[in-house]
Design a protein around this ligand. Sequence first.
Ligand code: ATP
Length: 290
Amino acid sequence: MEERAYAKLNLTLDILRKREDGFHDLRMVMQNVALCDDISLEEKSGEGISLHTKAAYLPTDSSNIAVKAAEVFARETGVNLSGLDISIAKRLPVCAGMAGGSSDGAAVLRMLRRRYRPDMGREELERIAALVGSDVPFCVRGGAALAEGKGERLRDLPGLPDCAILLCKPDFPISTPELFGLVRVKKLKFHPDTAGMLSALERGDLQEICRYVYNVFEDVLPRKYQRVWEIKRQMLELDAFTAAMTGSGPTVFGIFAEEEAAQRAAQVLAREYRQVYVTRPWNEKLAKAE
Ligand code: ATP
């Protein structure tokens, strides 16, 4: 079986409060893009769950989110997955704020449902996904959605109208716990206007949508990560309607009306950065509601 695992962007990312369990309540507008990994599953005769990939930097044991997803599925459904072999053709940048690992895990869950539990509803699959990781329920569903709580409460959205999206990932990771540690929710001066974003998406007005793109993590970003602002500035100078960091970074995305403008900007950024991509919104619902 084969599935694509799409990257996600945060059109908005808001932090509402710190909860007693130490997690934060978030409100995010999530959007899939066409850039993807290819995941395949095979049933073999061996013991346990195995994983193959040419990407030598990825773990192949239970710390790979794709393996963890299969283990959680087996535990929650009672299906015996001994002999399952997972292959990952990795294209998505790693530690990028684009949910690459979560999306791989979500693709595994969709395939396992199709193979072993075709009657399982989307709600149950998303419940299992939330046990794997906070971004996994959105990645299971796909398209565009408002995600709340830790990311597990989802509402379908229309998604970005067709446009060109430029992605640029500088060569350093940003630690998600470090960024959360720098957030004092009451001290955040600005928050995204999520309601404004939702109505702009309903109207399908690209320029209007771009006005509402906002990520509160940018406001607490330490100076050592100032490349992120530099990339944003470059994209805006190169005619992006908007540019912002996705998730906890460091990838910056810029939205362009035309592919040619995005390609021109990509050529400029590629002189300085190795990981530069031009992609498009991907609005297909990957796991449909019954
Ligand atoms: P997020 O947006 O959810 O924070 P990210 O894009 O920042 O995700 P990932 O690329 O998902 O981060 O991976 C982060 C870490 O997870 C890396 O340390 C990586 O080794 C590990 N990891 C485990 N499984 C995978 C996978 N299948 N693909 C990518 N990374 C994985």
